[in-house]
Write a protein that binds this ligand. Structure first.
Ligand code: MSP
Length: 511
């Protein structure tokens, strides 16, 4: 049995979850669900990043202690993920005791190995990024990511000797061209390294909201150096070597494009410094944009926002279109690796074309005609149906696309099969035929619906379960294992088919 360990970044709790976070988490969830479906022992980790100046600032602005603030906001993420049907196996908070202890052990090891030293650092610092910049990196004297003013900071700090890892990182990149995908992002990370690596300040004395440095209690670790280690905390680093060996280094980190440097340069070097293998795979996705701009906290608070983000939270969209329609839109319309524009119009048009017209229509038609021509009892599929090879192609294409972290292509392949089944019904018009002559085409349509339920399950788990039960199947979709379960001929026939309410009633455009 294969193992599959996938992570999202852990989200800062200075803000509440927005559609950008939902995009990232739904993609990781769908990929994890696919791997469970093909029988992989799967570990899907997400969580919240709770230390650092930005979170302490948010707590102070809201007049509560950092602990109270992080408890409250971390809960908002957990609620949002429950609402989006996210199937994470663990939820890590960097304020968890297990994490605190792991960070101290991991960084103590790097210190003992001679890769952490004391020095003074001065430079422009962006509180929103929690990061220092060089003068050259600033844009008009401001943070290149947030466009906000930077502060000149000077601290007597401990430094991670990142410069000692230039050659080792280059050799690691050379050893496997697939470690960082897509290749454009690999090249971006490589150029950071080739541009020369400077040592990084990794502790702070100006702040106490963090993990304290075990060998010097006046310092806390810089939030990024604490956060990255979460991926090891969850698998029992230094406590349960057998468990670590099960999941590491074959991890898949799904990350956004603005945090490449931390994950593709710092993190592998930190692993090397601690004497463990760097992560096997980092996949970099783009941003969900609104009006061409990245969704962010500043937009959530109303500034410059072309659309009021408070009106398009994941929860409000779920209440409006349903959880699976939202998941489908996020997975289908913004391919992983590129930026995508989020709009209500885009969501509605995708909903009407793919969900109402194609999938919903197929389910409704088949159930209606089975009701009128077969007394509601679904016939068995035709082994010679032209839909059989179409289904096999869809399954193979979907599998290959999920493996490449291309959910949109897996769904496209599935919708080609749905289109073929609708077309077959148009051609054979079983609703006009005599009862008794329609079994083959209706049985084959039901078989397509069974296979489609399996293929959409990672993206739309509730819809998959609903179709599965409407066509009379017992057991659950989750209990099925691909590829065996998706072979043509699995629908037994003789099952009661239920018509039910329309799965996706058409929406007026723009609503
Ligand atoms: N706390 C750090 C990550 C530490 S991981 C060890 C952080 N948090 S974040 O909340 O700012 O961002 C978390 C992830 O959400 C990032 O990968 C980021 O790209 C993603 N997104 C935030 N807004 C986004 C969009 N508008 N679109 C897509 N993803 C975006 O960075």
């Amino acid at each position: 049995m294969d193992r599959f360990y996938i992570t999202t970044p852990i989200y800062y709790v200075n803000d509440v979850p927005h559609m950008g976070h939902a995009y990232a988490t739904v993609n990781a969830d769908a990929i994890a669900r696919w791997h469970r479906l093909i029988g992989d022992d799967t570990l899907f980790l997400t969580g919240t990043d709770e230390h650092g100046a930005k979170v302490a600032e948010a707590a102070a602005q809201n007049g509560v202690s950092p602990k109270e603030w992080t408890d409250r906001t971390s809960a908002r993420f957990q609620e949002a993920w429950a609402g989006l049907n996210i199937s994470n196996d663990d939820f890590i908070r960097t304020t968890d005791e297990r994490h605190y202890a792991t960070v101290q052990r991991f960084l103590q090891k790097i210190y003992d190995n001679g890769y952490i030293v004391k020095d003074t650092y001065t430079g422009p610092y962006c509180v929103a990024c929690e990061d220092y910049y060089t003068q050259e990196q600033l844009v008009d004297g401001k943070c290149p990511v947030h466009g906000r003013a930077v502060t000149e900071m000077s601290e007597d700090n401990y430094f991670f000797r990142l410069s000692a890892f230039e050659d080792k990182l280059l050799a690691w990149y050379e050893s496997d061209p697939e470690t960082i995908r897509p290749s454009s992002k690999r090249n971006e990370a490589l150029s950071f390294i080739k541009g020369g690596l400077k040592d990084v300040s990794i502790t702070r004395t100006s702040l106490d909201w963090g993990v304290s440095v075990p060998w010097d209690q006046d310092h806390v670790f810089y939030v990024w150096y604490d956060a990255l280690i979460n991926y090891l905390t969850a698998i029992g680093y230094d406590e349960d070597p057998e468990r670590v060996a099960l999941w590491w280094p074959k991890v898949h980190h799904l990350i956004g494009k603005e945090i490449i440097r931390f994950h593709c340069v710092w993190w592998p070097a930190m692993c090397m410094a601690a004497g463990i293998e760097p992560p096997a795979h980092i996949f970099v996705h783009g941003w969900l944009l609104v009006g061409g701009k990245k969704l962010s906290k500043s937009m959530a608070s109303g500034e410059e926002a072309p659309v009021k983000l408070t009106e398009i939270t994941p929860a409000s969209l779920i209440a409006d279109v349903g959880v699976d329609a939202l998941r489908y839109h996020l997975l289908r319309d913004t391919p992983l690796g590129t930026d995508g524009e989020f709009s209500i119009e885009g969501l509605t048009s995708r909903y009407n074309s793919d969900l109402a017209n194609n999938l919903g229509n197929l389910v409704a038609r088949v159930a209606t005609v089975v009701g009128s021509k077969c007394e509601g009892i679904g016939p068995a599929p035709d082994p010679e149906s032209p839909l059989a090879p179409a289904a096999a192609t869809a399954v193979a294409n979907a599998r290959e696309a999920w493996e490449r972290f291309a959910p949109h292509e897996a769904l496209e392949a599935t919708w080609r099969l749905i289109g073929a089944a609708n077309q077959e019904l148009e051609t054979t018009e079983p609703w006009k035929a005599e009862p008794g002559t329609v079994d083959a085409v209706l049985g084959s349509s039901l078989e397509v619906l069974r296979i489609v339920s399996l293929l959409i399950a990672p993206a739309m788990p509730a819809t998959a379960a609903e179709i599965w039960s409407r066509i009379g199947l017992s057991d659950t979709v989750d209990a099925q294992r691909l590829p065996e379960a998706a072979r043509w001929g699995g629908y037994p026939g003789g099952l009661a088919v239920t018509k039910g309410e329309p799965l996706f009633p058409r929406r007026k455009s723009g609503t």
